[in-house]
Design a protein. Structure first.
Length: 606
């Protein structure tokens, strides 16, 4: 009896799960992108019956970590299992196709069948012609035929050959027409497919049990390795007396198979592997903010948004007549003047009411009202009806930097489109003005040009990450450099490129150099002059470096003869001059050293 009941239960379960799958497409809402990988958050809704159902969620990433898939569902829905597939095939899948595409696909199948019939008929006719031609050769060689039989044979061959040739011509014409039709249908299918939103091959197959029939919202999140980001920067400096304007940017790349449209983007320097530690709550202290109400009214009109948010402002709603618009009046001016429009000042510039109405409420950072004597004294007669001063957000206001113990996250409020094409998409994160001190650096033994270095103190507070930077100095693009904040020094040196206005020459002085032979030893003397000229219009500070060789062999001795005031590091052999040059000033420095070693030996790197 128990076995029979178990068999019936299994049969009922199998029948239930053999029901037609319910298809739905996921929409991407947010993405947290790591240096390697991304956590994608999607949502969808589906109409479920009571009982068990199979849900196929389309438009998820082509490749994802199945162990990281999380499904958020109402309490009435129990998720029994989740499976990922990138090659899901179902006879029911066509039921969910676009009707226009389905019609084109059916037409293509019909045309392909007709073409196949024509090709078969053509082949049969051509084979028959081939047999006739061969039979003609055989009979022609047989001299046993009389004239009457020969005439009948010729007539038959002529008639049949003509009939077959005409049939092949007609079939060829039909084949050409059907091929043209097929080409047009394929083009139409391609156009219709392009109109559809790009979808991926990835699908999630859910087995669920539902207690209450109706529409159900599902939240989906998972981690995929098919996305990444890397920081890069734009460095701008007008001259060596100004701060550095650093534009903090990111190159975001994704090849998940789904286009991210208007997604909430977060960039993190952390590891995508999720930890299993339970979160801890800290004390929650309330504090005042500025006009946060604006951020929650995405679809509101900016004029209506002011109503009730600013003291002393009345908004008269449009009456629905063509061309009618909301009117903003600062209380106290409604009956004084015929023209009651206040003066709008947007980001410091007087603007019209039309420009004011175009502002999105979510882009407003601060609003204040000025009236009476203060308005007249600050703006003159233009402020006679009061002044509404609006400050809009810049890039810094849209990006929130959250510094955690081991990583940094950038939360970006502006929705972004990141296409799944493997190409880098530029995302602006933050604009930073960094105080800097400048000095020039030159090693003429290696490079006979001067490099400008910007020294940044207390650089850790800017949350910089290793990355490439474009350099614009004195209004000109001068090249690229690397920012590497992962160092132990208190000062971060940024190379701002070469400066062609500083001339450097290093030349060997022949009359102070030479070779002497002393019994079993050879003695070589090297003397160089380094000439530096400042062709700029301002004073410059420079770090000038050269070197002399060191010996690790007791048979080789090195003597530094002249360092011309340089600081010598005896452990590295580096000579350093800290010099200051006035405009059009030239200075010369000398380095001389002597090397003594056995004359029967050769030093290959001297």
């Amino acid at each position: 009896m128990k076995n029979r009941i178990l068999t019936i239960c299994l049969l009922v379960s199998a029948i239930a799960f053999a029901q037609k799958p319910i298809f739905t497409s996921a929409k991407t809402k947010a993405a947290t992108v790591y240096f390697s990988g991304a956590e994608i958050t999607q949502s969808t809704s589906v109409n479920l019956p009571i009982g068990t159902s199979e849900i196929v969620i389309k438009n998820v990433a082509d490749y994802l970590n199945e162990n990281t898939v999380q499904i958020g569902a109402p309490k009435s829905v129990t998720v029994l299992s989740v499976q990922f597939s990138d090659n899901y095939i179902s006879e029911y899948e066509l039921d969910e196709s676009n009707p226009a595409i389905k019609r084109v696909q059916d037409s293509i199948l019909y045309v392909q069948k007709e073409l196949k019939k024509i090709q078969i008929d053509k082949y049969s006719h051509q084979q028959t012609i081939e047999i006739l031609d061969k039979n003609k050769e055989i009979r022609g060689a047989n001299s046993g035929l009389n004239v009457a039989e020969l005439m009948k044979l010729v007539e038959y061959y002529k008639s049949k050959r003509t009939e077959l040739d005409n049939a092949v011509v007609l079939l060829t014409e039909k084949e050409t027409k059907w091929n043209k039709t097929l080409s047009e249908l394929n083009n139409k299918l391609e156009i219709n497919t392009q109109k559809e939103e790009k979808t991926s091959e990835g699908k999630l197959i859910l087995q669920v049990m539902n207690e209450v029939a109706g529409n159900v919202n599902l939240d989906i999140s998972y981690i995929t390795n098919s996305a990444s980001w890397q920081p890069f920067y734009d460095l701008r400096a007008e001259n060596i007396n100004t701060s550095i304007d650093l534009a903090y940017k990111a190159k975001v790349t994704q090849n998940t198979g789904i286009d991210w449209k208007k997604v909430k983007l977060t960039l993190s320097s952390g590891n995508p592997n999720q930890n299993n530690l339970a979160p801890l709550l800290q004390a929650w202290f309330l504090r005042y903010g500025k006009y946060k109400e604006f951020e929650n009214k995405l679809n509101a009109n900016v004029s209506n948004t002011l109503q009730g948010q600013l003291a002393g402002v009345n908004v008269t709603t449009a009456n629905g007549q063509p061309g009618a618009k909301d009117k903003v009046i600062i209380r106290g001016y409604g009956s004084i003047n015929e023209n009651t429009d206040p003066l709008y000042v947007i980001n410091g510039f007087p603007s019209s009411a039309e420009e004011f109405r175009k502002i999105s409420p979510t882009s407003i950072k601060d609003v204040r009202v000025i009236k009476d004597e203060e308005a007249l004294s600050e703006f003159g007669n233009r402020g006679s009806n009061g002044v509404i001063v609006i400050t809009t957000k810049n890039m810094n206001d849209y990006t929130t930097i959250e510094e955690q113990e081991l990583n940094v996250s950038f939360d970006i409020d502006i929705p972004y489109d990141i296409l799944s094409n493997g190409k880098a998409h530029s995302v602006s994160l933050k604009d930073i003005k960094i105080p800097a001190t400048y000095k020039y650096y030159a090693v003429p033994k290696v490079e006979k040009e001067a490099f400008l270095l910007a020294e940044l103190n207390d650089y850790a507070k800017y949350n910089l990450l290793p990355g490439e930077a474009n350099i614009v100095f004195e209004g000109m693009y001068v090249g690229k450099t690397m920012i590497n904040p992962n160092q132990t020094q208190d000062t971060l040196n940024l190379s701002m490129g070469r400066d062609k206005k500083i001339s450097i020459k290093r030349e060997r002085i022949t009359d102070k150099s030479g070779t002497k032979f002393l019994s079993s030893y050879k003695e070589q003397t090297f003397t160089y002059d380094i000439t530096v000229r400042n062709n700029k219009k301002e004073d410059i500070n420079m770090l000038l470096k050269d070197q002399y060789p060191l010996s690790t062999d007791k048979e080789i001795t090195v003597e530094l003869l002249d360092k011309d005031g340089a600081k010598a590091n005896e452990e590295t052999g580096v000579l350093t001059w800290e010099i200051k040059l006035k405009p059009n000033e030239t200075k010369k420095y000398r380095i001389s050293y002597k090397v003594k070693y056995p004359k029967d030996k050769l030093i290959e790197n001297l």
